[in-house]
Design a protein around this ligand. Structure first.
Ligand SMILES: NC(=O)c1ccc[n+]([C@@H]2O[C@H](COP(=O)([O-])OP(=O)(O)OC[C@H]3O[C@@H](n4cnc5c(N)ncnc54)[C@H](OP(=O)(O)O)[C@@H]3O)[C@@H](O)[C@H]2O)c1
Length: 367
């Protein structure tokens, strides 16, 4: 354990869009993290990225050797959802920390297995919920906690984009589709804004003439205790929209953008209260650098990261219930659950946004 100048050394697993466009440049914005390796199925792309960032290149079949190499303290897993456990579990078993992209996996069973591996390991697991370290999101959670909108009553959200029909997101069924890929954001947001877990789930799904390998557009309603509700619509086949509205007994909060990242993205909010509207600005930050800096701080100081396996599994429980609701057309009841840990101010990281590099050997998944 650590490493070069006290920095956590990361291996990037999967050289796709989010690794190249966001994580790899973001690491350079931190003062406590660096990259030493990339694990990829494309050696040519790997060689180019290795030149750019000074990395060792490994194939997926060399993963165990990489874990044992002594050159890596943590892995950032950014393969498709259905290839998360395959890399997260062996790393945790080998005592290597894991920053795992959302959603945790493509089944609740696989997500539970990752969580169990983290519990049994001395190494830490953080689900890469970048917004848990984003100052604007944290300000919204704190404002609701302080009672700025009174008691929260309902949440509505729209999150849509046009995903390329050829990307694995659009060709691999429900668990790569708009609900796990994008729905994780409103689910995670409302769970943290209400500080509660849903008790009932209903959903409707439709396909368009784009003929994707999953439903294009899904609408979900979640029921919570104390008369609270959330509803949201997700789409892979529509203009990019990214917003939520949260209405309480004494005010309403709206955020747009609410879930995005990158150049020009400032996750502020408007608060409507007592007949007046106030605007709460937030900075443009490097969200990927921020979450990585937070995770490395946790590793270096021996603290458990807040977006842990339990947080990831609680979202997966809702995603699995939405799948059942779509399949059966019936309301899905969930057993009462609670979570003690919630997003806190100390997680906020405000790092300048890195310049977005040119992509090597891939195209953006979104048109
Ligand atoms: N936090 C966020 O804001 C955010 C945003 C986007 C995505 N994500 C998550 O990050 C993960 C990756 O998403 P992405 O947008 O980077 O996807 P992507 O551009 O399609 O890249 C995925 C990469 O995984 C590797 N891979 C390994 N097995 C594969 C297979 N069977 N099919 C396709 N690719 C395979 C490939 O890298 P090699 O060629 O190097 O092997 C590929 O480039 C997903 O879990 C997604 O939900 C998170």
């Amino acid at each position: 354990m650590p490493s070069l100048e006290g920095k956590i050394r990361y291996a990037v697993v999967g050289g796709g869009w989010i690794s190249q466009a966001a994580f790899m440049p973001g690491v350079g914005q931190t003062s406590n993290s660096l990259m030493t390796a990339i694990v990829t199925g494309d050696k040519e792309k790997g060689a180019e990225l290795a030149r750019r960032y000074g990395l060792d290149v490994y194939g997926y079949d060399e993963y165990d050797a990489m874990l044992k190499s002594g050159t890596v303290d943590a892995v950032y897993v950014a393969t498709p959802n259905f290839r998360h456990r395959e890399f997260a579990e062996p790393a945790l078993k080998a005592g290597i920390h894991v920053l795992l992209e959302k959603p945790m996996e493509a089944s609740l069973e696989d997500a539970e297995a990752i969580r169990a591996a983290a519990k049994a390991s001395g190494a830490k697991l953080m689900i890469a919920y970048r917004l848990h370290c984003e100052p604007g999101t944290i300000a919204m959670v704190e404002a609701v906690r302080k009672g700025e909108i009174g008691k929260p009553r309902f949440f509505t959200s729209t999150f849509s984009q046009t995903v390329r029909a050829t990307n694995h997101r659009a060709t691999s069924g429900y668990w790569a589709g708009p609900v796990p890929d994008m729905g994780t954001y409103p689910i995670n947001a409302v769970r943290n804004l209400f500080e509660a877990e849903p008790t009932e789930v209903m959903a409707f799904a439709s396909k368009t003439d784009r003929d994707l390998g999953c439903d294009d557009t899904v609408s979900v309603v979640l029921k919570f205790t104390e008369g609270r509700q959330a509803s949201f619509t997700l789409s892979y086949s529509a203009e990019g929209v990214d917003q939520f509205y949260l209405v309480g007994t004494e005010g309403a909060m709206t955020a747009s953008p609410a879930f995005g990242f990158g150049e020009g993205t400032k996750i502020g909010y408007e608060l409507a209260k007592d007949g007046e509207t106030s605007t709460h600005e937030a900075p443009e930050v490097d969200q990927f650098g921020g979450e990585t800096a937070y995770f490395s701080d946790c590793i270096l100081s021996g603290r458990e990261p807040e977006p842990d396996g339990e947080e990831g599994v609680l979202d997966m429980i809702v995603l699995a219930a939405i799948e059942r609701a779509i399949e059966t057309g019936e309301v899905q009841k969930l057993q009462p659950r609670s979570r003690l840990r919630r997003i806190g101010q100390e997680q906020s990281r405000e790092l300048a946004l890195a310049k977005s590099p040119s992509l090597v050997g891939i195209e953006r998944p979104v048109e």
